[in-house]
Design a protein around this ligand. Structure first.
Ligand code: FAD
Length: 495
């Protein structure tokens, strides 16, 4: 059978995933394809997803987004990393900063020097003391003009972000259709999706369909029956409660994630309010207990009742099947501990642009797309499992379960490597950098038994001198930065 060329793209769903896809496709391929997006105001969006990682900036550059305009529209603030509280132990605290920590050389990364300097008594300070981003974040300071530049991401209002992307996509040619999809019509001979039928009776045909229908996964799951790979054996949380509160102080340039007995809670400061949520495992905590735990922990006045969200951790066995590509929650879900979901949307859309099937569906393209998706998702999965597995917490049945659970071999090998030799690595297509793995592994309480001896190759006095120089350099830079609030006021104050 002749392959059908792809000229009509239909996006089902208008949450973050749908509008990210629409804005990127029309910007990059607008003259070559028609794009229709269907969304239902009655169903609405998941309405969360407000913390990002620095890759968002690269993606926005691809779309030619004016950062100040975007930040005003999404009431966005700057983010320099994540503060983890109560993770390694109840009462402990560490920071996972963006950017690089200290100075590395080709033979060994900075943690080897740091461990040697600690052994020799040349520094008592933690690994994160040598991160500019961490020190600026904890001082509540930020500037894009700092030297060296800060690695940063955003906290954003999810609804504002989707609306902003829509304001780019529609004038550029995306046709938006309001309505509920009631049926996904498959072509009898090929099994491909032929059209989406709306409750209004309208029928929308396409060549390529992008499933952005959220947890419903109407196309990839319900219609095409792609199975879900369940990862709840490793990540046992399955519920969240989300609530927004009034701000009680200036926004800090970092996300807070605070572990509790059966999960954790987040705090994401925007310009005009704070996003809060509690993630928990329903096998161990009831919804009533979760609500009172969340309301007892938040700082400002809640703007509405906590909204419950149920989820399953895992991903679709293929995120591209036949003529359907799934993005966002339709493709799977991993809890937002490291703020990775929007990133996974951004990279999947970028990959779709690179592998776009102009000449029709092609098994090789699909296989390449799926292999990369699986690699990315499994990398994020392992990084999240690390936070649960490596902890001294054993104060509840939930934490004892995490301690005792078997983990994927890929992660077990990384942990063993670090525990034995302080070595960490970033594979070719891995998301998380060496500094990220090291920050979290040290922060969660792993003490490497050995480390590379390169610190001993330096001349007497050089190691201590280098550590002093790095600290003084960071302190001098931080002292030049305005407060985060001041910078927001000057650069992108939201109305
Ligand atoms: P949705 O927002 O659910 O959108 C689905 C769309 O499909 C809607 O427009 C809906 O109307 C439409 N639709 C559904 N069914 C039909 C139908 N029958 N007919 C017509 N339209 C239909 N990500 C991060 O990166 N950082 C975070 O901090 C973060 N925090 C999160 C916290 C929680 C508790 C959860 C659950 C997720 C979080 N995420 C986070 C993930 C993030 O929210 C999502 O990746 C992102 O919002 C994308 O959602 P979506 O567009 O796939 O789905």
């Amino acid at each position: 059978m002749a392959r059908k060329r792809v000229e009509r793209v239909v996006i089902a769903g208008g949450g973050t995933a749908g509008w990210v896809a629409a804005a990127a496709l029309v910007k990059q391929l607008g003259p070559l394809i028609s794009i229709t997006l269907i969304e239902s105001e009655e169903i609405g969006t998941v309405g969360v997803g407000e913390s990002t990682i620095p890759t968002a900036r690269t993606f926005h550059d691809l779309l030619g987004i004016n950062e100040g305009v975007f930040m005003r529209a999404a009431q966005a603030t700057f983010k320099l990393g994540i503060a983890f509280e109560n993770w390694g132990r109840d009462g402990s605290r560490y920071f996972h900063p963006f950017g690089s920590v200290g100075r590395s050389v080709w033979m060994g990364d900075f943690q080897h020097f740091w461990l040697e300097a600690r052994r020799q008594g040349l520094t008592q300070e933690g690994y994160g003391a040598f991160s500019l981003e961490q020190q600026a974040a904890l001082a509540g300071r930020f500037s894009q003009g700092s030297k060296p530049p800060l690695a940063y991401a955003y906290h954003l209002n999810a609804t504002g972000y989707a609306a902003f992307l829509r304001s780019l996509a529609e004038p550029a040619g995306v046709r938006r259709v309001e309505g509920k999809i009631r049926k996904v019509e498959l072509a009898p001979e090929s099994g491909d999706i032929a059209a989406l039928e709306l409750e209004s009776g309208e029928r929308i045909e396409g060549d390529l369909f992008i499933d952005c229908t959220g947890f419903r996964a109407l196309l990839i799951g319900e219609a095409l029956g792609v199975p879900f790979r369940d990862w709840s054996e490793w990540i046992a949380t399955d519920r969240a409660l989300a609530v927004q509160t009034e701000s009680v102080g200036p926004p800090v340039p970092f996300t807070r994630v605070v572990a509790h007995g059966e999960g954790w809670r987040w705090q994401i400061p925007l310009q005009t309010r704070v996003g809060n949520g509690l993630v928990y495992a329903s096998d161990y905590l009831s919804e009533d207990e979760a609500v009172s735990r969340l309301l007892g922990a938040i700082d400002g006045k809640p703007l509405f009742e906590p909204r419950p969200i149920r989820y399953r951790t895992g991903m679709r066995a293929s995120t591209w099947k036949r003529n359907c590509v799934a993005l966002g929650l339709a493709s799977g879900f991993i809890e937002p501990l490291e703020s990775t979901s929007i990133h996974l949307i951004h990279v999947a859309v970028t990959r779709l642009l690179q592998l776009f099937p102009f000449a029709g569906m092609d098994d090789a393209l699909t296989a390449r797309f799926n292999a990369q998706s699986t690699h990315e998702w499994e990398g994020v999965r392992d990084f999240i499992i690390l936070h649960y597995k490596v902890s001294e917490r054993d104060d509840t049945a939930f934490w004892r379960r995490c301690r005792d659970m078997p983990i994927p071999d890929t992660l077990a090998q990384r942990i063993a490597l670090f525990r034995e030799s302080a070595a960490a690595y970033q594979g070719g297509e891995d998301l998380f950098r060496v500094d990220s793995w090291v920050s979290v592994m040290l922060g969660q309480g792993i003490t490497p038994r050995e480390w590379h001896q390169l610190g001993k190759l330096l001349k007497p006095g050089e190691l201590g001198q280098a550590f002093g120089d790095i600290r003084r350099g960071i302190a001098a830079t931080v002292a030049t930065l305005p407060t985060h609030q001041q910078y927001l006021n000057d650069y992108c104050k939201a109305r």
